[in-house]
Design a protein. Sequence first.
Length: 174
Amino acid sequence: MRRNNFSDDDSIGIRQKSFDIAVIMNFLFLNIIYAGAAFFVRNIIFTQIVNSPTRKLGNEIIALYRHNDAGVLWNMFQSNHDALEAMSFLAVAVVAFIVIMNSAKMHQSLISALAFFTSGIILHIIDRTMYGYVIDYIKLGIFPSLPMFNIADIMIIAGILGVINSAMSRKWAQ
């Protein structure tokens, strides 16, 4: 009779590694889906407004028109394009590292929130690489003091709120 060379501890370790890989693949897949969907929607909007920067769609509640944002946080830090790109890549790398190192402990809602966050950053990287700046195109007329933003900004904020929600619900559950 032939014996298996693996112990129960080895089997558990293999299952844990498989689970870790599945979590990491899920995170990458969500990034592709979120960024791809947002990129698709953005391109639909772009066909209406980017080719005509003076064209304005919408009404006094919400309007779509082009605004070039060379910096972050509504034109802050606009003088150093390379530093912005480096910070963006670093943020994506740090979040990916956190997911890889903590995949066994992460809840699906946290992984989704982090994927939203990194997808928004990736979309900004794509804009900065293609155009040299981020194109903002959404203006809420009901909040006139609110600066213009885009879908990537929404994804970043939603990701941050999702991480906060995940942290708070975890504290409340304990």
